[in-house]
Design a protein around this ligand. Sequence first.
Ligand SMILES: Cc1ncc(COP(=O)(O)OP(=O)(O)O)c(N)n1
Ligand SMILES: Cc1nc(C(=O)O)sc1CCOP(=O)(O)O
Ligand SMILES: [Mg+2]
Length: 212
Amino acid sequence: MKLHPQFPYALYLVISHEACKGKDMIQVAQQAIRGGVDIIQLREKKASEKLFLQRAQQLRELTEKHNVPLIINDNPKVASQVNAAGIHVGNRDSRPALLRKKPYFKERIIGYSIEYLSQLDNEQTATSDYLGISPVFRTDTKKDTVTEWGLEGISKIRQLTTKPLVGIGNLHQQNAGSVIRAGADCIAVVSAICGAEDPEKAAYELKNAILR
Ligand SMILES: Cc1ncc(COP(=O)(O)OP(=O)(O)O)c(N)n1
Ligand SMILES: Cc1nc(C(=O)O)sc1CCOP(=O)(O)O
Ligand SMILES: [Mg+2]
């Protein structure tokens, strides 16, 4: 597998306190980094702004030590407060084209979720650094989704854009390879690592399945 020159990351961990199910989130992230995770997104959908910021600061300390980019989900204020590498937004969040005009995000990573094919022609896609294929397969981790793209959807999107593509949604060791072969540049997971008994081993095996 060849890494995308504009987004040289193969394994993307999307983490939250809740997804770690009682395990310490920072420890899970540390184990995942040891196992081979290349980039991490903090996605706190239920935490207060104060708790989101606290968790982001803790994760920023860890990721900085390991030189792993930290992406913040949805919240531009938290992203700039912790000096994150970037932000991930969807259709119900701040728009990439507007974020790009803010000094903080001029040179930062902006990820954008693709739920409809028509989005590929919009200004938001043009100003984003990578596209989330949202979702590849339906998942219980996020139920408010629109299109289940499947492998055929990835291939179709691959033909329509050269932007880095990040597959997300029910991805694991058994299907990661086929998602990459269909045209994704990177695999993003929550449960396959956060819910694993041994997050380091899970990340290691996923990375091997991607790079194989
Ligand atoms: C890598 C990646 N892809 C897609 C998403 C989903 O973002 P969004 O559509 O804004 O939904 P929420 O995550 O905010 O519920 C993502 N977070 N990361
Ligand atoms: C954060 C997120 N975004 C999605 C999307 O479809 O945009 S699916 C998802 C959760 C993915 O969790 P799991 O790896 O446990 O299936
Ligand atoms: Mg969002």
